[in-house]
Ligand binder design. Sequence first.
Ligand SMILES: NC(=O)c1ccc[n+]([C@@H]2O[C@H](COP(=O)([O-])OP(=O)(O)OC[C@H]3O[C@@H](n4cnc5c(N)ncnc54)[C@H](O)[C@@H]3O)[C@@H](O)[C@H]2O)c1
Length: 435
Amino acid sequence: MSTDTQSTPKPPLRVIVVGMGVRSMIYTRVALTNPELLEIVGVVDTDERRREYARVTFGLSPENCFSTVDELVAVPKFADAVINGTMDRLHVSTSLPILRHGYDMLLEKPFAIHEEEAQELLTCARETGRTVMVCHVLRYAPFYQRFKQAMESGEIGKVINIRMSAQVNYFHESVSFVRGKYASAEICGSGMLLTKCSHDLDLMAWLMGSNTPKRISSVGSMFQFVPENAPEGAGTRCLTDCPVERDCPYSARRLYIESPQRWADNVWHDSNIRRPETDEEKEAILSTPDNPYGACAYRCKTDIVDHQSVLIEYEDGATGTFSMTGGASISNRRIHVTGTRGEIYGTFENGRFTISSIAPQAPDGRLKHVVDVTEAQEGRHHGGGDREVVLDFIAYLRGEPTSPGKTLLEDSVNGHRIVFLAEKSRQANGAMLDW
Ligand SMILES: NC(=O)c1ccc[n+]([C@@H]2O[C@H](COP(=O)([O-])OP(=O)(O)OC[C@H]3O[C@@H](n4cnc5c(N)ncnc54)[C@H](O)[C@@H]3O)[C@@H](O)[C@H]2O)c1
């Protein structure tokens, strides 16, 4: 075989973006930094401004810009794959026709909002033979990749218990899960456990490998953001009728105007308008009676929980717990695995974990060492997973080596299933449910 043939560079993966929102803007940066790997050739978005963003940014021809998936599948296939970055409730309904039309897909999590939908998507992917990769970006973060390696090394023996937690700080909680687009399960399709922590339960399922859950129970509630907890004398909107706004941690003025680094971008993005430039413009937006971000955080009438715990018994008798808490002073994800020969524990945001193993011969009876991935994760959102998942998707479709944590649909099923069952249990007062 001639070496010329072997060294011919592969063409970039040609992709259509469906749902050109915040997440798709992040994933499609690869097309801007590495045009040799990814080319955006089309867009579907119901919002004209988002279509226009894609058309201008990627130099799309107008006939490749569609407002609905129905329009996309009415024309012959013209790309290799789709990045589906629509909101939770739309994932399955938009994916089915696209897969049937012959496109492979990188799909945002949660890939479905309940068990029946999940089954429908799995069946469709199987029947059409299409690849679906799910954006469980944390699996690609060096912290979790190395953590998995450490568990598999056998250094801590057989896992007895895995405990994980995720807490969401108060300004992220309020902008996303109290005032924002994830605050209503009725509108978004997901509760907080699914939309925020399907990542964590996916990680737990992945780390536990072939050890599948046997029974699951869960409890949780909306603890904090209810009208009874509003500060005494509080009004209904921070900027218009609240005399205690200056003393409230959830003051919209303080969070979104005076401290823009506290996730205020989400406010202007979701207000579906251009980014305001002056404080006066921001005040006017937040004062608009129907703008959710200016409303009292305690009177938003969200229909989701702000804390939830999940208890899992595994097939081999090991146990697992996961706790999610919204409204903390700091966001973090912690993990502690105890095995028959030692423990591994750490905090994702610190970029370090400790391996401590039983060593009777050692002076203090144990050996301890720290794995440090701070440099690899430094300044990279989701520890670099946002970019890595796209690169892995490209590599998979090109038949090149992929990450050991790759998140094909079938690899992602157990994490989602844990959430579906946990939610069912929570609604049944914490009943212990069989897998
Ligand atoms: N993997 C992660 O770490 C991570 C992080 C945050 C959010 N998410 C998930 O990403 C998804 C998208 O979130 P986002 O913040 O980018 O949302 P977004 O609202 O910014 O983007 C969604 C886009 O879909 C468009 N859209 C709406 N209806 C449509 C339709 N019928 N057909 C095509 N397009 C349509 C909207 O106009 C919008 O541009 C959500 O499911 C969310 O849960 C994942």
